[in-house]
Design a protein around this ligand. Structure first.
Ligand SMILES: Nc1ncnc2c1ncn2[C@@H]1O[C@H](COP(=O)(O)OP(=O)(O)O)[C@@H](O)[C@H]1O
Ligand code: SF4
Ligand SMILES: [Mg+2]
Length: 319
């Protein structure tokens, strides 16, 4: 098995507030230690509610944010510090909001050229060729290159965002809610394009979304994130069909319908714990119908269950 990405105990806390002498008053643990591998050519879906740490995880993986602890290995090479240029040759980020993620004062050609100059020192003629090739692969016309981001629709702008990520020649893409801002009909086009590109360029994807149906459709495996921790990990066709973690069950019960945002049923309450003052045991205990005393005092670890899955729960649901 070739691993594209290997995270070991990767964690991030943000110091917050100012205490009496100017020191931090506390820390938000946005990502608790995560250990996870992504196989070459795989799409790993990451689902979780708003605020569960998806973007913080993504930003560490592209070198925009320095981890508090833990290690990142990309294609077998360890990356110790946050360095967007070093990461950028291997792994690229595709943002949720395509238009605002593109610099409004630059033409699309200038936007596309930046990574080729910065990451690869590519001469002008080679850049031109490379950009034409990439534009063709995302089904965009070359004449678009001399326009500005605001002249494009959301779907076209997201193709440009994907093209920019591909221009860097990275083989791993972090797709952070890549279709959430698009109309449902356009979503399907962009998802099909991503599938074609993955096959054509042998890409590996981390596909982050709060939309269960989309994640289920595009992923090989799915990791369910709750309050900064992976609580369940397994094959895409099993995770929501036979959830083993009570939180995954809750998500699955909120009916995966295309385009429907991830929302927990009212009765279960929708509050995440206070990140400045996390509970001592399982973070889901306050919402869990199966919680016991042990759950309220001890943190469950992600352990293998069944043939392919892993779950962080003292009382996993039957398969
Ligand atoms: N720069 C920051 N400073 C303090 N807290 C932050 C910062 N960025 C994110 N957080 C907190 O970390 C948690 C996870 O945020 P985020 O990764 O953006 O979640 P998601 O992308 O899943 O919505 C949230 O509680 C958020 O408020
Ligand atoms: S560890 Fe306990 S509280 Fe947490 S999800 Fe499992 S049963 Fe529920
Ligand atoms: Mg986010």
């Amino acid at each position: 098995m070739t691993e594209a990405l290997k995270l070991t105990d990767l964690a991030k806390s943000f110091p917050v507030g100012r205490g009496f002498l100017g020191g931090a008053r506390g820390a938000v643990k946005a990502v608790h230690p995560i250990t996870l591998s992504v196989r070459k050519g795989e799409t790993l879906g990451i689902v979780g509610e708003s605020g569960c740490g998806k973007s913080t995880l993504a930003r560490m993986l592209v070198g925009l944010l320095k981890p508090t602890s833990g290690t990142i290995e990309i294609e077998g090479e360890a990356f110790a510090t946050a360095d967007p240029a070093a990461f950028g040759r291997r792994i690229q980020y595709v943002f949720q909001d395509p238009i605002s993620s593109l610099n409004p004062r630059k033409t699309i050609r200038q936007i596309m050229e930046a990574p080729l100059k910065r990451l690869h020192n590519m001469p002008a003629e080679a850049r031109k060729e490379r950009i034409a090739e990439i534009f063709d692969s995302v089904n965009l016309r070359e004449e678009f290159l001399d326009r500005y981001p605001h002249e494009f629709s959301g779907g076209q702008a997201q193709r440009i965002g994907i093209a920019r990520a591909l221009a860097a020649s990275a083989r791993i893409l972090i797709l952070d809610e890549p279709v959430s801002a698009l109309d449902v009909s356009v979503q399907a086009q962009v998802l099909n394009l991503l599938a074609d590109l993955r096959a054509a360029f042998d890409l590996t994807y981390l596909f982050i979304s709060h939309d269960l149906a989309v994640v289920e459709a595009v992923s090989d495996r799915i990791a369910v994130l709750y309050f900064g921790s992976v609580v369940e990990l397994g094959p895409a066709e099993e995770v929501f069909a036979t959830p083993r973690h009570p939180y995954t069950r809750l998500l699955a019960d909120s009916a995966p319908v295309v385009g429907r945002p991830l929302a927990a049923p009212e009765a279960a309450g929708t509050d995440l714990p206070d990140p400045l003052n996390p509970p001592p045991g399982c973070a889901f205990a306050g919402r869990c119908p199966h919680a016991t005393d042990r759950c309220r005092s001890e943190v469950p670890r992600l352990e293998p269950i069944g043939d392919h899955a892993r779950v962080a729960c003292f009382h996993p649901l039957p398969a």
